[in-house]
Design a protein around this ligand. Structure first.
Ligand code: HPA
Length: 258
């Protein structure tokens, strides 16, 4: 089946099909400016696409070329906590598959449960813990819903993110930040990172047959580790400070497909 959005894009787009999909996390959207020959499609004009409230402006699907590779770049992802639930990104992920994306890099800003991974640390995900307890495949009727999540973050794609450490990401629903007790709990359970996105998108992308990799930019030590309150302003500021290294890592990843 092809999404209505994919059909609309096929009518309006003259470029070659994208090879790689990139979902840019909070404060990490500037990479979209580097896409050459960019065709920009607001979520508001793509049928079925969700509209975000987080940053006050709608998401965008940008098609074009980065490092000589055809890419589909999503900036302004929508989170489950905005009201649409865990499957809110389903039309976006399904459309990426429909327009030709077979490899998807998810990115996010995250808190770190490890003292030695402070703000600015880039981490590739080796695995995740679905601590939010929601699943974007709830209600799916075929046996395809019994999706294996072994090697959900593809070892071959992870190898293209050389040079950064790997860690386990725990998904909390948000939008309130975690309590210090919750952070102690997930650290004990094996989580290195904590955030409010990426896990449902990984599940959806695997469901739609794509290979997935993910990168977190640590913007803060997690709740209770510094004695200070957490804030979204801090997330945005620290993500901005890490932009140059984040962009270099993502561009190296993309270039490996050239
Ligand atoms: N918790 C959840 N999400 C986040 C955090 C955090 O500490 N930092 C950035 N996104």
């Amino acid at each position: 089946m092809t999404t209505a959005a994919a059909e609309a894009l096929a009518r309006h787009s003259d470029g070659a099909a994208p090879r790689i999909g990139l979902v840019l996390g909070s404060g990490l959207g500037a990479l979209a400016e580097e896409v050459e020959g960019a065709e920009r499609h607001s979520f508001t004009v793509l049928p079925g696409f969700p509209v975000s409230s987080v940053s006050g402006h709608a998401g965008e699907l940008v098609l074009g070329t980065l490092e000589g590779v055809r890419v589909a770049l999503v900036s302004g992802r929508v989170h489950a906590y905005e009201g649409g639930g865990p499957a809110v990104m389903r039309p976006v992920i399904e459309t990426l598959r429909d327009i030709g994306v077979s490899d998807l890099l998810l990115t996010n800003s995250a808190g770190s449960t490890r003292e030695d991974w402070g703000p600015g640390t880039l981490v590739a995900l080796s695995d995740h813990i679905n601590f939010a307890g929601m699943n974007p495949l709830t209600g799916e009727e075929t046996d395809a819903r019994f999706l294996s999540m072994v090697d959900a973050y593809d070892p071959g794609l992870r190898a293209r993110l050389g040079g950064v450490p790997e860690g386990v990401y725990a998904w909390f629903s948000g939008p309130s930040f975690e309590t210090p007790a919750e952070i102690r709990a997930i650290r004990t359970l094996g989580a290195d990172l904590v955030g409010m996105s990426t896990v449902p998108e990984c599940i959806l992308a695997r469901f739609f047959g794509m290979r997935v990799a993910a990168v977190s930019v640590v913007t803060n030590l997690a709740a209770g580790m510094t004695g200070q309150a957490l804030s979204h302003d801090e997330t945005k500021q620290e993500a901005a400070k890490a932009q140059a290294r984040f962009r270099a890592l993502v561009k190296d990843f993309v270039r490996s497909f050239a």
